[in-house]
Design a protein around this ligand. Sequence first.
Ligand SMILES: Cc1cc2nc3c(=O)[nH]c(=O)nc-3n(C[C@H](O)[C@H](O)[C@H](O)COP(=O)(O)OP(=O)(O)OC[C@H]3O[C@@H](n4cnc5c(N)ncnc54)[C@H](O)[C@@H]3O)c2cc1C
Length: 508
Amino acid sequence: MPEPVKRVVIAGGGTAGWMTAAALSRAFSGSPLEITLVESDEIGAIGVGEATIPAIHYFNRTLGIDQADFMRATQATYKLGIEFVGWGDIGSRYIHPFTGYGRDLNNVFFHELWLRYAGLRSEKGRSVKIDDYNLSCVAARRNRFTHSVSGAQAPLGPINYAFHFDAGLYAKFLRAYSERHGVIRTEGKIASVRLDADTGFVHALVLEDGRVIEGDLFVDCSGQRALLIEQKLKSGYEDWRQWLPCDRAVAVPSNSVEAPVPYTRSTADDAGWRWRIPLRHRIGNGYVYSSRFMDDDAAEHRLLRTLDADAMAEPRRIPFCPGRRRSFWINNCVAVGLAAGFLDPLESTSIHLIQTAVLKLLALFPDKSFESADIAAFNRHTQAEYERLRDFLILHYKITQRGDTAFWRYCRDMDVPDSVRDTIALFEARGRMLISSDNLFPGHSHLSVMLGQGLKPRGYDPLADTVPEAELEAHMRSIRDYIERATAAMPEHIEYIKRFVGGAGDVA
Ligand SMILES: Cc1cc2nc3c(=O)[nH]c(=O)nc-3n(C[C@H](O)[C@H](O)[C@H](O)COP(=O)(O)OP(=O)(O)OC[C@H]3O[C@@H](n4cnc5c(N)ncnc54)[C@H](O)[C@@H]3O)c2cc1C
């Protein structure tokens, strides 16, 4: 019988380290598995990463986390989607919602019906916006929120939502959870990583003060330093800057001047884009830009000039390189979080990648024989996941209509992977999308970005013509009416949060 893994060592205590610790300690509670997490107070965590996507519910449920406790502890707000400002052309604005649009009719996709309907309306000199047929978009614009999908909202399905939260408080929350489940936290700076001379497996972490932490399985959550997977095991890195040109960020929190809205805002700027993440106690802001097109001082100046209110701290500059490790799991070392790779934070996918890495690790949890088939499966699935997300992100940059700065001209004119080119070409023909079911971002996500940024299909699916015009008109009207009524009945976002988590909190 192969021997079980008895000691897991997690190197790093940022979001990745504590999410890994929480999930493993929950899954192995009651077993003799010993989990140690090493982190350095002196180095600290990256401290950004405050917007999520709905899949986080699955992670929280797996851990048995109560939503109200979690929101209270992390000053969280709800997120219905992302508003993209100036991404199509300078004056454009659209929301990428987590909930789909409208409702299909007679087996015809809603968006194909909408393309036909929009054409009919424009012949009559009237324009229609697809956002008006999306529950989340309208609720977001009205600053409303509810969990409930009963009554008038039910015909359009559930409201999908995620959270904005304070990254520092989230790590603290997960640390407390993990320690309650038996994780041992060791404070100290890792000075070196010891390999077994015969096998090349990681044997121990050596701390600056001489302590030696031995283990059977090592999870590298050391962030961009990638102390184990890269510095020691030389995984190699695939650099994606030719498609995702942003490689730096400057981040700063600011005071809230108004009640938080239930969406992230991403505003396109001269050499990248700015994020605005409304929390209960502050706003997270940042400028993600390309160092080829803007220097750090100019980016910082630009960010500070565009804040709603005073900065609450000194701006922090964060370099990064979009791309992925060539291998995420080597021997007895698995990389999770920034140690594994990094994608432009435009669609808030990094915390999700941590979550899926941890869940995959659990699904393929090794014994001491470290089966090569398990390791290969982990690497293959993770690579495919990174590439699908990469393509969705590239799409945002590639289909800009902007040509006002060198950065946007570069994005508009760059060569993209065939997979992205095919998605665009298929949509431009008849508005069709063949998005695989394992894509995190389904058809409606691609639709919102492509229509939102001004891609106009030359026609629509002939099936849409099978619906009589009067039926089409009535269908569209009924959806709009539904959404109008349902969102009018929803509480204000902040009022809902206060009621849900209990207590007024310190909001503006
Ligand atoms: C600009 C920007 C914006 C982002 N926005 C989002 C977002 O909106 N949504 C999202 O999902 N993600 C976002 N991310 C990604 C997100 O921040 C990270 O995925 C997440 O914080 C995980 O980071 P980490 O734990 O891997 O690394 P880190 O937070 O860097 O943690 C590394 C840990 O390793 C420890 N460590 C390092 N070296 C040593 C050593 N020698 N000895 C001991 N300990 C050591 C550190 O002390 C720390 O605890 C963003 C990232 C960037 C750069």
